[in-house]
Design a protein around this ligand. Structure first.
Ligand SMILES: *[C@@H]1O[C@H](CO)[C@@H](O)[C@H](O)[C@H]1NC(C)=O
Length: 303
């Protein structure tokens, strides 16, 4: 090959390598996320409708640094507690192969384990927790071919600075070594929870891609204007963050689709503040045939 032709070929290859991912990313700015697998409903990834015009994240729920019998914390050594019969590594690979817009993450901790025991963040030391977490999470991510991680501790036997340091160092390692591509946190409005996530955000917010704020943890019957105020408040708490709008299909609180959730999302979108929507959870939506998953993705895909 002539050197000049070779040069042109190189330029074409280099520019397509750089340009294609950018185009692909801008084409799917609408993000839909859904927690799945925590409630033993035998729900599978292929049960959930997937709109090709959104970026879709499944969040497997949960990996927990606990062990069974007796139920006790393990200082950062995570085990899989989602529905392992129905959410397997081969199903993760097959849903991703079938739907190029799908990525799969896992969430850490959650509210309870077994028959209602609270899951506590209870490290022995920062160093030991981080070491164990890096090792065990890397194993799970590789086994299941996961793309991201979500942090959802809701109960603490530790102080906010220790929590921030453990999570921050974990996220730094996982991103720096490209073990995961994206990260999120899942706080809610409560004095026993927010100080931990705000401490994490203050020091390590640059490592967190999305804030899965649990707006469904507000009281039932939340109105559109209350929701808009809550959204503003959390946007200033997690300043510069991509705060996602959310609701539950489990009969929990917050602004429901029936009471105007999508009207509120339309207002946020007009203001340029709608970064995406997430739902808790696929397990609860199965009985209604995922009608709100469809509606959410149709809403996000329509401009
Ligand atoms: C889930 O599947 C298992 C095994 O087939 C079955 O025993 C169980 O009753 C199912 N649970 C639900 C909620 O469908």
């Amino acid at each position: 090959m002539e050197p000049s032709n070779l040069l042109i070929l190189l330029i074409i290859q280099v520019s397509s390598t750089f340009l294609l991912p950018i185009n692909a990313a801008t084409a799917k700015s609408a993000l839909f996320r859904e927690y799945i697998g925590a409630e033993g409903q035998n729900v599978t990834l292929s049960d959930v409708p997937i709109n090709p015009d959104v970026e879709f994240h499944f969040i497997l729920s949960f990996a927990i640094d606990y062990t069974d019998s007796p139920t006790s914390p393990t200082d950062g050594d995570f085990n899989v507690y989602w529905d392992m019969d129905n959410l397997t590594p081969s199903q993760v690979n097959s849903i991703k192969a079938k739907h190029p817009n799908v990525k799969v993450a896992m969430s850490l901790a959650g509210d309870t384990i077994g028959d209602g025991h609270h899951v506590f963040f209870k490290p022995t030391s920062i160093n030991s927790w981080v070491r164990n977490a890096i090792y065990s999470i890397t194993e799970i991510v590789r086994k299941y071919n996961l793309n991201g991680i979500d942090i959802d501790y809701e109960h603490f036997k530790s102080d906010p600075d220790t929590f921030a340091e453990c999570m921050g160092r974990l996220l730094y390692y996982l991103k720096q070594n490209e073990i995961v591509a994206f990260t999120s946190i899942a706080p809610y409005e409560h004095d026993s929870v927010q100080p931990y996530y705000l401490a994490l955000w203050q020091k390590y917010g640059h490592l967190i891609d999305y804030v899965n704020f649990q707006f469904y943890a507000y009281p039932k019957g939340t109105t559109i204007s209350q929701f808009m105020r809550y959204f503003e408040k959390q946007s200033s708490n997690y300043r510069g963050g991509k705060i996602l709008a959310s609701f539950g299909t489990d009969g929990s609180g917050g602004l429901s689709p029936q009471n105007g959730f999508f009207t509120a999302c339309g207002m946020l979108r007009k203001q340029g503040k709608l970064h995406g929507i997430f739902i808790w959870s696929a397990d609860d939506s199965k009985k209604d045939n995922f009608r709100y998953e469809k509606q959410s993705q149709d809403f996000l895909a329509s401009k």
